[in-house]
Design a protein around this ligand. Structure first.
Ligand SMILES: [Zn+2]
Length: 126
């Protein structure tokens, strides 16, 4: 039996709305709709679209956060470089002193302690 009802959905841009008029396949709350404009189908498509947008948004946000972590890490390393060079120089000076037979000087021990503290602060180890 062919439906004699037509889809009552209003479609098109706001300035030229028109009635869909396709043969209705569904009835919803007393009105008739084609498969495309049946309100539950419209709602399902919107939910899927929203879910996909949300997934894409989260993926993009996650990528941006990872990029920001990398940027901050590079910034931290660059800022730490001069201090690390200074500690390395102090450690080598102390090593040279020990190797040349002059032995440990009090400053060397303080510098070694400072170098170790800096390394611990920067890496969480040492
Ligand atoms: Zn329709």
């Amino acid at each position: 039996m062919k439906s004699e009802h037509k889809c009552c959905s209003r479609i098109g841009p706001f300035y030229s709305k028109r009635i869909c008029g396709k043969t209705a396949k569904f009835e919803h709350e007393g009105k008739h709709y084609c498969g495309l404009h049946h309100p539950p189908a419209v709602k399902d498509r919107k939910a899927k679209r929203d879910e996909e947008w949300s997934r894409q948004y989260e993926a993009r946000r996650s990528q941006e956060q990872a990029a920001e972590r990398i940027r901050l890490d590079k910034e931290f390393r660059a800022a730490s470089y001069p201090e690390l060079l200074a500690h390395l120089q102090n450690v080598l000076n102390a090593w040279d002193s020990v190797c040349s037979g002059k032995g440990w000087e009090p400053d060397h021990l303080v510098q070694m302690r400072d170098a170790r503290a800096a390394l611990r602060r920067m890496t969480g180890s040492a």
